[in-house]
Write a protein that binds this ligand. Structure first.
Ligand code: BMP
Length: 260
């Protein structure tokens, strides 16, 4: 099963090109850390990306929170991602009918499909979302992380929804990179990546329902392959030291998990 398999072995079983790339980056840079760069200022995002670039496998954005957004932000962000070898990941959580998603993904001021190798989507509206992302113009290399669970307290997602999401995933092996979830929902399908947000070394949550677990717990007990860390890094006194620390702790947990 995937919990005991090294990433490089799993990359051979992955069908999505971005997953294959991610497994390679994770192995060579020895990092499973995805930074949630939830900052509202372009320059701050670029500076942070440059500084923590060596320690992350992916940089996750919410591009619609950037107050001074200009398309000029994208090229330098792509350059930094290339130089430090990490993947750009827009956490758009698409959830509309396919036709609307296609436009949201490729048009408007953000033109997400032209720069983000990875995006998130809700499975709520079914296969149309995936068909839209698959067929829209933009970068050839694209992957989707489908939300099967959330870290939010009181989430309306239930077991039936989670199971149906996994079933949908199976129909799009070449498009779906992985699943966003909190529990080890799939032990087979080693080509799929488990992405787990709500990760922090300390603190139990925020006042808006976020629920945190520690890096060790999510990787060893809950099967996380990639851990998303936002405020644990962005709000640390020294974000670069914090990123290094999260990277090290997460990687040790992964090594412990695959150890026989
Ligand atoms: P933080 O570590 O600061 O709580 O940030 C978590 C990030 O992960 C946010 O960008 C949020 O949108 C995202 N996220 C989450 O927290 N829980 C989920 O279930 C899914 C998410 O994408």
């Amino acid at each position: 099963n995937r919990f005991k398999m090294p990433f490089l072995d799993r990359s051979k079983l992955a069908k999505n090109p971005v997953s294959i790339k991610l497994f390679g980056i994770m192995s060579s840079k020895q990092t499973t850390l995805c930074l949630a760069a939830d900052l509202t200022d372009s320059t701050k995002i670029l500076n942070l990306a440059e500084q923590v670039g060596p320690y992350i496998c992916a940089l996750k954005t919410h591009i619609d929170i950037v107050e001074d957004f200009h398309p000029n932000l994208i090229q330098p962000l792509k350059d930094i991602a290339k130089r430090h070898n990490f993947v750009l990941f827009e956490d758009r959580k698409f959830a509309d009918i396919g036709n609307t998603v296609e436009m949201q993904y490729s048009k408007g001021i953000y033109q997400i499909s032209s720069w983000a190798s990875l995006v998130t989507a809700h499975s709520l509206t079914g296969k149309g979302v995936l068909d839209a992302i698959k067929g829209a113009p933009g970068n050839e290399e694209r992957g989707v992380f489908l939300l099967a669970e959330t870290s939010a307290a009181g989430s309306l997602i239930n077991d039936t929804y989670t199971k149906a999401t996994l079933k949908l995933t199976a129909d799009y092996p070449d498009l779906v990179s992985g699943i966003v979830c909190q529990n080890p929902l799939f032990s087979d399908s080693p080509g799929l990546i488990q992405l787990t947000p709500g990760v922090k070394l300390e603190s139990k949550g925020d006042n808006l329902g976020q629920q945190y677990n520690t890096p060790d717990y999510v990787v060893i007990e809950k099967g996380a392959d990639i851990a998303v860390v936002g405020r644990g890094i962005t709000e640390a006194a020294d974000p670069v030291t914090a990123a290094k620390l999260y990277r090290d702790v997460l990687w040790k947990a992964y090594e412990k998990r695959i150890e026989n």
